[in-house]
Design a protein around this ligand. Structure first.
Ligand SMILES: [Zn+2]
Length: 560
């Protein structure tokens, strides 16, 4: 077997040596991976009918129209209808999980059609394709128009059983070392005393600055960034709806501007990059049954997708996925006002009402303030949507809004769309149908895919072994260190510490961070420490386990 054909001639020997040299210089992943870069764009809460509506309004094809390859089944572990946290977790990790969960395994209450999750999987942190891309030495980025701690972006970079734990999510996101983070949510970087919302007193902006991150807060500052690691925090909470932004917050960049800048920075990494972009507020527009907000945010998403596709077409080694996590609002072209004449609906009759809409319902409602009266609402609708509504109609909106309590603005579209437009809504919640899947570039999928398949499509495209990635990033501490005493020290509730006594030494790891304090040394880790409160289990990167055991870390390759 060892008698090599290379012996036969000098030429063959040289060829053989070259092949050996070549295989040494190129990792198997590079040889196997069809894509160098991966851009995932998520239109939150959107299905085909919304895309059709946006295309009519745009008067031209959407950027991703040529690339529809299939659809996605969106159901989650415990419901036929998805919510963003488990839906994005499926995209990010390849595992279908429970409502509210951010990239941790499901609990026991699953749909009757699904098998029970294993004991070991419950609440276990699940490695994401972003974490995998990082270990493949690729640059990583997250762009959203919501707080970056909101469910969809969170699912790519954090692990918790509560999507509302945004302080924890932000601490993990900061300690993940994501190169580019653009969106809203500055309030979760700062303690209350410094104008933020954090109740634990932590100043994460100072940590980022200490690690050399650039911090930008306006479009102008963003445009000046050319390279390096950068956090762009353009709002304390969410960014503004696209339709209102030019008046309410003109200093905020658009989704397209954030996407183009993220690509410009990330593409400088010679190992490639992973970028997730979310059109976060398409979902909220549909929750609010607001067609003006929907059109403007979906067309802003279309321009961001166009930027990604421009890059991918020029680059040739970039896979772009455009998809949604679920549908919202039960939106339809055709509604009560077109019931009797749906076969005679002209383009003008469909579009005319929306051409007059200059504000979101949310902004009109906010203008009313506490004075929610018929005349004030009539004025707001005249100015914002170009509608002269009657007194009974205004009263109907105000009555519905009172019933909706905090979501008063959602009454505007719900009451007025059936009267003044040819679009319909069936709910303020989500709906359970398949959503379209668009893909361009090497490794693109096809057919109707189950949501968790998306993570496997991403992993295959990047040449990433998700199973080994999970082994490497999340080791259950007491199982891996049977002779050590592992305890969660909560004497400082804001800074829970995993304390491990092993070999006469005390190791400390802060929950939600990527740091190991061992003796006098502070060692940065390749992943974050996660505490699953429901099971009491603690998960550490394998690197930390090996260091605590006194070994030089020997880590399994995550490249296929
Ligand atoms: Zn969603």
């Amino acid at each position: 077997m060892f008698a090599m054909p290379c012996r036969r001639s000098l030429a063959a020997l040289l060829t053989c040596l070259l092949l050996i040299a070549f295989s040494g210089a190129t990792s198997p992943a590079e040889a196997a991976a069809p894509a160098k870069n991966l851009i995932v764009l998520i239109a939150d809460g959107c299905a085909s009918e919304q895309h059709t509506f946006a295309r009519w309004f745009k008067g031209a094809p959407l950027a991703y129209d040529p690339y529809q390859v299939g659809a996605i089944q969106t159901f989650i572990a415990d419901s036929v209808i998805a919510d963003s946290a488990p839906a994005a977790s499926a995209f990010a990790t390849g595992v279908r999980t429970s409502d509210k969960f951010i990239s941790v395994g499901p609990n026991v209450s699953v749909l009757s059609t699904l098998p029970q999750p294993s004991e070991e999987l419950r609440y276990r942190p699940l490695a994401t394709v972003l974490e995998g891309a990082k270990l493949l030495k690729k640059a990583t980025g997250i762009v959203a128009t919501s707080r970056v701690t909101h469910a969809t972006p969170a699912a790519y970079a954090a692990h918790t059983d509560s999507r509302d734990a945004e302080d924890d999510i932000m601490e993990q996101l900061v300690h993940q070392g994501v190169d580019v983070v653009f969106g809203g949510g500055k309030r979760h970087l700062l303690p209350k005393a410094a104008g933020g919302r954090r109740t634990d007193g932590k100043d994460l902006l100072a940590r980022l600055a200490g690690w050399g991150y650039q911090l930008v807060e306006t479009r102008e500052e963003l445009m000046r960034v050319r390279a390096g690691r950068v956090f762009g925090m353009f709002a304390a909470s969410h960014m503004d709806p696209e339709i209102d932004r030019p008046r309410s917050n003109p200093g905020q960049p658009t989704l397209e501007e954030m996407t183009r800048k993220a690509i410009e920075i990330l593409a400088q990494d010679e190992d490639g990059f992973f970028l997730m972009v979310e059109g976060s507020q398409i979902d909220w527009a549909c929750h609010a049954n607001d067609p003006a907000y929907l059109l403007s945010d979906l067309l802003a998403f279309d321009r961001a997708a166009s930027a990604a596709l421009d890059f991918a077409r020029a680059d040739g080694r970039t896979l772009v996925l455009v998809m949604s996590d679920h549908n919202t609002g039960g939106f339809s072209i055709g509604g009560r006002a077109s019931e009797a004449l749906y076969t005679q609906l002209s383009v003008e009759a469909l579009l005319e009402p929306f051409r007059k809409m200059k504000q979101s319902a949310y902004a009109m409602w906010a203008q009313l303030g506490k004075e929610r009266t018929v005349p004030r609402l009539q004025t707001a609708l005249r100015e914002g949507w170009g509608l002269d509504i009657t007194e009974p109609e205004a009263r109907a909106v105000l009555e519905r809004a009172a019933a909706y309590k905090t979501e008063g603005h959602a009454a505007i579209g719900a009451v007025l769309c059936p009267i003044y437009t040819h679009v319909g809504w069936t709910t303020h919640g989500h709906t359970g149908g398949d959503v379209p899947l668009f893909a361009y570039g090497p490794g693109k999928p096809g057919g109707v895919l189950d949501a968790p398949r998306i993570a496997h499509v991403c992993a295959d495209a990047l040449g990433l072994d998700l199973a080994r990635l999970n082994e490497r990033l999340f080791v259950e501490a007491s199982g891996a260190l049977p002779y050590a005493a592992v305890a969660l020290d909560t004497s400082d509730p804001a800074n829970p510490v995993v304390a491990i006594l092993a070999r006469g030494q005390r190791a400390e790891l802060w929950v939600n961070r990527n740091l190991l304090k061992f003796g006098e040394r502070l060692i940065p880790l390749e992943g974050v420490v996660v505490h699953a409160a429901k099971t009491g289990r603690v998960y550490l990167p394998m690197q930390a386990v090996h260091l605590i055991q006194g070994k030089t870390p020997v880590l399994p390759p995550v490249a296929k």
